[in-house]
Design a binder for this molecule. Structure first.
Ligand code: ADP
Length: 254
């Protein structure tokens, strides 16, 4: 028996396959224009990696913003529940999860059983999400994966625009005015980290705190969150896969 969890995100689609002996396989693909094709691609790759057939998979559970657009899943589950499940399995000591993805950010409080106690979510505004960093990285002629290593906090300038489109213009203006790119990048990290930390404080932060989602790969944002919240921030090695892992674990539990 095997179970698959798919997290069809705004930017990236993630999949985790778990076999009965708990062996795990994972895959990530750009979601692109078609969540359906991304899901099909993930399932094919996961089956290939595990050397099994579709018939060997008991259940496929899906989460993420594109979950309703796909036909492969036996059931869809909210991202909040899946992230809580995935993180609690990897890090049972965690009580607060901060997830920053491509188009939303969320803070989730969990108990010792991995059950959701409360959560807060920003899915209205791109500021404080991975999209903000992607758009502004492009304005700086960089890929989002290059930002963290390129920041220089000693030259940090504030990026004050609340809106991603205005922030892009602000950055172009700052660079044209002679501000260093490395200082602007530090300002971008500060902007995202502060915004999400404020949401976390409103909900209430309890140790220990985990940081997940694609933006958790960015050490600059991680540092700002740690400073703002005054605590250590744990980033699991599979930080971008915790939603898919949670979905796969729930599929196996059934
Ligand atoms: P979604 O589920 O909405 O697709 P993810 O949790 O997969 O979101 O996160 C996507 C975001 O993660 C991107 O918008 C980008 O900002 C960030 N990201 C992805 N890969 C990297 C990387 N290698 N380094 C830094 N940031 C990254």
């Amino acid at each position: 028996m095997a179970g698959i969890g798919l997290d069809i995100g705004s930017t990236a689609s993630k999949g985790v396959l778990i076999l009965e002996d708990n062996q795990q396989y994972r895959e990530i693909l750009a979601t692109g224009w078609s969540p359906r094709e991304a899901a099909a691609g993930l399932v094919e790759k996961l089956l290939d990696n595990a050397g099994i057939n579709r018939n060997d998979v008991e259940r496929i559970y899906a989460t993420g913003y594109g979950r309703i657009a796909i036909s492969q899943a036996d059931k869809t589950i909210t991202e909040i529940k899946c992230h809580a499940k995935g993180v609690s399995q990897l890090l049972p000591e965690v009580r607060t999860i901060i997830d920053i993805g491509g188009q939303d950010s969320k803070v989730i409080r969990v108990n010792q059983y991995g059950q959701v106690i409360d959560f807060a979510m920003n899915d209205k505004c791109a500021a404080g999400t991975g999209r903000f960093l992607q758009v502004t990285a492009t304005a700086l002629g960089m890929d989002v994966s290059e930002l963290a290593l390129a920041e220089d906090r000693s030259q940090m300038v504030s990026v004050n625009s609340m809106c991603t489109v205005f922030a892009e213009s602000e950055i172009i203006g700052l660079i044209a005015g002679g501000t260093s790119r490395t200082g602007v990048i530090a300002g971008l990290h500060q902007s995202v980290g502060k915004r999400v930390a404020a949401m976390a404080r409103r909900l209430g932060v309890k140790d220990k705190v985990a940081f997940t989602g694609g933006v958790a790969i960015n050490q600059g944002v991680r540092r700002v969150l740690s400073e703002e919240l005054g605590c250590e921030i744990i980033v699991p090695e599979m930080c971008q896969f915790t939603g898919a892992l949670g979905a796969a674990l729930l599929a196996m539990e059934m």
